[in-house]
Design a protein around this ligand. Structure first.
Ligand SMILES: [Cu+2]
Length: 170
């Protein structure tokens, strides 16, 4: 399975003219058996985009990855779009009255020399109004939009891993 996915990711990177580099560490998602591909676009490195599988009829999903800023100025993720959902939102998790809840935000910053990890229980890209199931083993395009007007499309692989269920479906 992995052997069939990886070339697709690298091929995409080649298609975009991005410098694909080898597996990179991303400790906090090590429970997902991903190979951790990454692409570099200017100062930004996008590591191991992934998503959870969705159930039949599911209306929402979420995208996760690590964004690393190798530059000296902040990079702001302002949104995204996907071909498999009506729209996306950037969400953060907040404790409200003792419960973790998702809240939409306008943007998420990747600090210079630092990283932003989109992960279950943390910030994520929410897919709203899914038009198809996200199936294990498949890869789906996620286009990320940034404050400077640029956008980048990455392939997110779908894993069916037992992850935290802290998100409230909205
Ligand atoms: Cu969400």
């Amino acid at each position: 399975m992995r052997l069939t996915r990886r070339p697709a990711i690298l091929a995409l990177a080649a298609l975009l003219g991005l410098g694909a580099v080898g597996p990179a560490p991303a400790q906090s998602i090590q429970e997902a058996p991903v190979e951790l591909p990454s692409v570099r676009v200017g100062d930004l490195e996008i590591v191991a985009p992934w998503s959870r599988a969705t159930p039949p009829g599911g209306k929402v999903g979420a995208g996760y990855m690590v964004l690393r800023n190798h530059g000296t100025t902040p990079i702001e993720l302002t949104g995204g779009s996907v071909p498999f959902a009506q729209r996306t939102e950037l969400h953060v998790m907040k404790v409200v009255d003792g419960y973790m809840q998702m809240r939409p935000v306008e943007s998420l910053a990747v600090p210079p020399g630092g990283e932003l990890e989109l992960k279950p229980g943390g910030p994520h890209i929410m897919f709203l109004g899914l038009t198809q199931m996200l199936r294990v083993g498949n890869a789906y395009d996620i286009t990320l939009a940034f404050k400077d007007g640029t956008s980048t499309t990455v392939k997110a692989v779908v894993w069916d891993v037992g992850l935290m269920r802290t998100e409230k479906k909205s």
